[in-house]
Design a protein around this ligand. Structure first.
Ligand code: ADP
Ligand code: MG
Length: 380
């Protein structure tokens, strides 16, 4: 059992440098929590504060109802895995995995049994007699994870453990880590700058920027209901398209008119969203956000009943990526490149035009100043 709570936690390195500011989070037992955000946003700092490797300058850290700000790392009972896996080079794989139990004077027989069990889970049982030098990057990483999971700590803390692996191994290890989380049945707090890792691994994602939490939610909610433009643009690949638009209330409808010179391109908001935007932003400029998969060709838009909501949105294809199951077309609008994911049957070539239809029920509208998602739904 472990419940970890951070209350208004701050880490100030010196008068100018903050690691994290006013960090509030509840981590429940057995959650797979991901800290994600661009480099330098404070992910490692927060993890190190939880581990006790950095001192909290303000706020409180509670572990199982106990204030732990000043507890020594070893008393916190957390197990860490870093990006640069710290293996002892002159010990075998067996020795490395067994180490933490050995220093705790666990009986040999029990150590042996545990090492074999862990090695089996990680599929490194045939490597137990090797030294780290004779292992590949992926194998070393597994050994490092093995060394961490041999104990049953209150939580595992992992800092970008996969970032030194190549893309294929990383994908494989993602699957392994999910299985491992199920088998270990323990809290994992995991740091990554990779949004795919965050989306696939986490049961709860904490998106960070400049030392501040932006949003805490499930992967699905982060994706479907981002709180601001930063979160919206950070998750998803290709990322969400952002188009500056002028709001214009027509008789029954609320139009978003692309802020570009040339022929008019406009899309209509629907339902309650139309009312919210009309009320607050009529005559003003906003940022429309639409994901590449929420843009369609005519036939599909008609089948979905939203073909009337896009008028004159015709774009010239600048790049075409055939991915087998889908084709991604890129077009330039307002000096930025945007993406649409269409059926692979689409034959539009580079230089040709394609008419596009937006599923406006899935669109987002961001305030141009605050970058807040005006259509954000609380508690969803
Ligand atoms: N020991 C330190 N002294 C001063 N600033 C630091 C120190 N450690 C980290 N920082 C700063 O704190 C911020 C967050 O760093 P970090 O937590 O390592 O980010 P992340 O892991 O998200 O890349 C960065 O701006 C970094 O430069
Ligand atoms: Mg880091």
């Amino acid at each position: 059992m472990s419940e970890i709570a951070l209350r208004n936690v701050c880490k100030q390195f010196d008068s100018e440098h903050y690691g994290v500011k006013d960090f509030n989070l509840d981590i429940h037992d057995k959650e797979f929590v991901i800290f994600v955000g661009p480099s330098g946003c404070g992910k490692s700092t927060t993890l190190r504060l939880i581990a006790g490797l950095e001192e909290i300058t303000d706020g409180e850290l509670w572990i199982d109802g106990k204030l732990c700000n000043y507890l020594e790392p070893k008393e916190r009972d957390m197990s860490m895995v870093f990006q640069n896996y710290a293996l002892y080079p002159n010990m075998t794989v067996y020795g490395n995995i067994a180490y933490s139990l050995k220093i705790r004077k666990v009986p040999k027989k029990e150590i042996n049994q545990k090492v074999r069990q862990v090695a089996k889970i990680l599929e490194i049982d045939s490597l137990l007699d090797r030294k780290p030098v004779a292992l590949s990057g992926g194998q070393k990483q597994r050994v490092a994870i093995g060394a961490a999971i041999i104990r049953q700590p209150k939580a595992f803390l992992m800092d970008e453990p996969l970032s030194n692996l190549d893309a294929k191994l990383r994908a494989q290890m993602r699957v392994e880590l999910q299985k491992l989380h199920k088998e270990l049945d323990t809290t994992i707090i995991y740091v990554t700058h990779d949004q795919t890792e965050a989306m696939t691994l986490g049961t709860k994602i904490v998106v960070m920027r400049d030392g501040l939490i932006q949003q805490v939610d499930t992967p699905q909610s982060i994706y479907d209901n981002p709180i601001n433009k930063f979160v919206a643009g950070f998750v998803g690949s290709p990322s969400m398209n952002f188009i500056a638009c002028d709001v214009y209330a027509e008789r029954e409808k609320t139009a978003l008119i692309f802020a570009t010179t040339g022929p008019v391109k406009k899309v209509y908001l629907t339902g309650q969203n139309a009312e919210i935007i009309r009320e607050k932003y009529n005559g003003k400029r906003v940022i429309l956000g639409i994901r590449p998969e929420d843009i369609y060709e005519y036939e599909e838009a008609k089948a979905g009943g939203f073909e009337q909501n896009s008028v004159g949105v015709e774009e010239t294809v600048v790049t075409r990526e055939m991915l087998g199951a889908e084709v991604v077309l890129y077009f330039d609008e307002q000096h930025k490149t945007h993406a649409v994911r269409l059926q692979p049957s689409n034959q539009t070539k580079v230089g040709e035009k394609v008419k596009l239809y937006f599923d406006m029920d899935r669109a987002h509208v961001f305030d141009i100043e605050t970058e807040e998602n005006v259509l954000y739904r609380k508690g969803c």
